[in-house]
Design a protein around this ligand. Sequence first.
Ligand SMILES: [Zn+2]
Length: 259
Amino acid sequence: MIINEVYDKLLNYQSILTEKFKLEEKKSELPKVLSSKNEVLNRIKKAYLSKYNQFKKLEENINVYHRRMNEMKLKQQELEEKTKFVKSQREYEALDREVGQAKQREDEYQFQLMQDQRIIEDLRNAIENYELSMKQQEEEITKETERVDSEVEKIKEKLDELKGQEETIVNDLDEGFRYKFEKIVKNKEGFGIVSILKGFCNGCHLVLPSEFINKVRSGNDIYFCPYCSRVLYYEETNDNIFALEEEEMDDDEFFEMDD
Ligand SMILES: [Zn+2]
C-alpha cells in the first residue's frame, strides 16, 4: 500500500473514531438524567412516608382521645345517676367532686384532640401535595425513559453503521497498529494523525529534528511524533519545503551525511 493511501485511511478512520467516541459518551451520559430524576422521586417518597407515618400515629391518638372522652362522659352519667340516691350531704359532695374531676379530664382530652386535629389537617394537605408530586415525577420519568430509550436505540444504529464503515477502512491495517492508533485518537481528543507544519508537529507544536522530518517525508514507514505519539505525515507544500531547506542549512550533520 502506498503510504499516502495509509494516511488517507488513517484520516478517515480518525473521523469515524471521533464520531464513535462522541456517540459512546452520549450513550453513557443519557441515562444519568434518569438517575437524577429517580433520586428526586426517592426523596419525595421518603418525605411522604415520614408524613404518612406521623399521620397514622396522630389518627391513632385521636381515636384514643375520643374513646377516653366517651369513657369520661359515661363516668359522669353514672356518677350523676348515683347522686340521685345519696343519703348525706358528705356523700353528695364526694360524688360531685368526682363528677368535676371526670369533666376536667374530658376537657383535657378534648383539648389534646383539637390540637392533634389541627396538626393532622396540615399533614393531610402535605400528604396530598406529596402524592401529586410523586405522580408528576413518575409520569416525567416514564416519558424520559421512553425518550432515553429511543435516543439510545438511534445511537446504537449509528454505531453499527460506523462499525461497518470502520471495517472497510481498517481491514488491511495491522491489528496492533490499529489498536495503538485508536488509543492515540481517544487520548488526543480526536487527533491521532497530524501533519508536519513548518518543522513543527501540528499536534503538540514542538520542533521536530530535520532528520526525522526527512524520514517521514521519505514515506518508507509510519512515524510517530517523539513527543506526543501522534502519527505524522508530510505535506509537500511550499511552506514545508522552505522550512525544511532552511533547517538543513543549519544542520551540519545533514551536510556531512550528504557529502
Ligand atoms: Zn507531536
